[in-house]
Design a protein around this ligand. Structure first.
Ligand code: MN
Length: 204
């Protein structure tokens, strides 16, 4: 089951995160997926450290990576992306506080979202993920244009997969621009991570 690891890590009696509806998960389709649009989201998450979670819809779940420094729209800058467990589709809308003591405890904002298209040499994104060679065209509010995710050789089979996330050169490339510091706010609430934390602290 695709969400086994996701569910094992969390206590849904305590966390406001979605459990996910597994009946909605589609099995891999043999049909060509090129030119279709799928969901994309980046969440900024203040757990032990502030990081960004990059997620794309692949066969009914959100395939996920942790990008410690966040995305860059400068094609010269490659960012480390560590693959993590699949998340349910419903997670794309999650913004809030994961309570103390729980997995990933801390604040989460929806930093960007939208759709992506598979422009890799694979017809299906699942094959691109398997091959470690993803090229997508993102249509988000902050990120736009072509991006690539390339798997690096794992140092050992017990380590999480390490990938590189980078902007491809196109009309949307922004050399020298720092998109995470220039555009820090949630595209849902308009709050920064810090403002969400302050708002929450007042309530408890
Ligand atoms: Mn995270």
């Amino acid at each position: 089951m695709a969400l086994k690891e996701y569910r094992k890590k969390r206590d849904f009696k305590r966390t406001p995160e979605p459990k996910g509806d597994t009946s909605k998960i589609k099995t891999e389709k043999k049909t060509k997926q090129k030119a279709k649009k799928f969901s994309y989201v980046i969440q900024q998450h203040h757990a032990r450290r502030i990081h960004y979670d990059f997620r794309i819809e692949v066969d009914g779940v959100l395939t996920s990576w942790v990008i410690p420094k966040g995305p860059s729209t400068d094609p010269e800058i490659k960012r480390l992306a560590v693959m993590t467990e699949d998340h349910p589709m419903e997670y794309a809308n999650f913004e809030g506080i994961i309570p103390e003591g729980g997995y990933g405890a801390g604040s989460v904002i929806v930093w960007d979202n939208g759709t992506y298209e598979n422009i890799s040499r694979f017809e299906n994104m699942k094959d691109a993920v398997k091959a470690g060679h993803i090229v997508i065209k993102i249509t988000g509010k902050k990120l736009k244009g072509e991006f690539a995710l390339m798997r690096m050789r794992a140092r050992n089979p017990f380590e999480k997969e390490q990938w590189l996330f980078l902007k491809m050169k196109d009309g949307y490339a922004q050399p020298g621009y720092d998109v995470t510091s220039e555009k820090p706010k949630s595209i849902v609430s308009g709050l920064t991570l810090e403002q969400l934390e302050k708002k929450h602290a007042k309530k408890v």
